[in-house]
Design a protein around this ligand. Sequence first.
Ligand SMILES: [Zn+2]
Length: 207
Amino acid sequence: MPTSTKLLVCHECDLISAVVVLAPGESAYCPRCEAKLIRHSGATPEQTLALTLTAAILFGIMNLFPLMALNLQQTSREATLLGAALAMWEKEMHVLSLLVMLTTLLVPALQIALEIYVTVLALRGQMSAHKLAAPILILQKIRPWSMIEVFMLGLLVSLVKLQDLAEIIIGPAFWSCAGLIVCSAVMSSMLTPRNLWLWTQRGSEHG
Ligand SMILES: [Zn+2]
């Protein structure tokens, strides 16, 4: 662990204070207004990589397996995420179809790929400003366009509405989608600029 002190500006009152290196789980507070300045989450690049790879597997299952199956009068229909988006396209709902593909397929795929890339750079101790700037900027720009949570909410509403009309069997993609939401939330708390900075210092100490 680095032993040098750093300067931090309080986001509440602009006081500049020196912050000693924190142990995992510790937080630093502003001496004047007592606002929380930073917290050492204790997350390591290894843990983050494990989580990003889990997210990639869950994302794969979410796209390859059916979300749900409908049994109605002895006929059964399965629906995958891509299948649902393509069905919307065929029903002339082009904008909606493109939005579903963008917010639940393309953006989350790009997001997970970039998170794996940044984490692998951190693990190999190859983090430098020029390598990190572009992926982190893209990650910040696309994050609001990843709407798997909104999709899940819509899915739950449709499940409640359809349950009186047909027998519904929930598919593996549904549970993967739920797992992916939890994974993404934990990942965004681990892959913060603050943690990347800590990992850079760890890398430079080892090298
Ligand atoms: Zn303050």
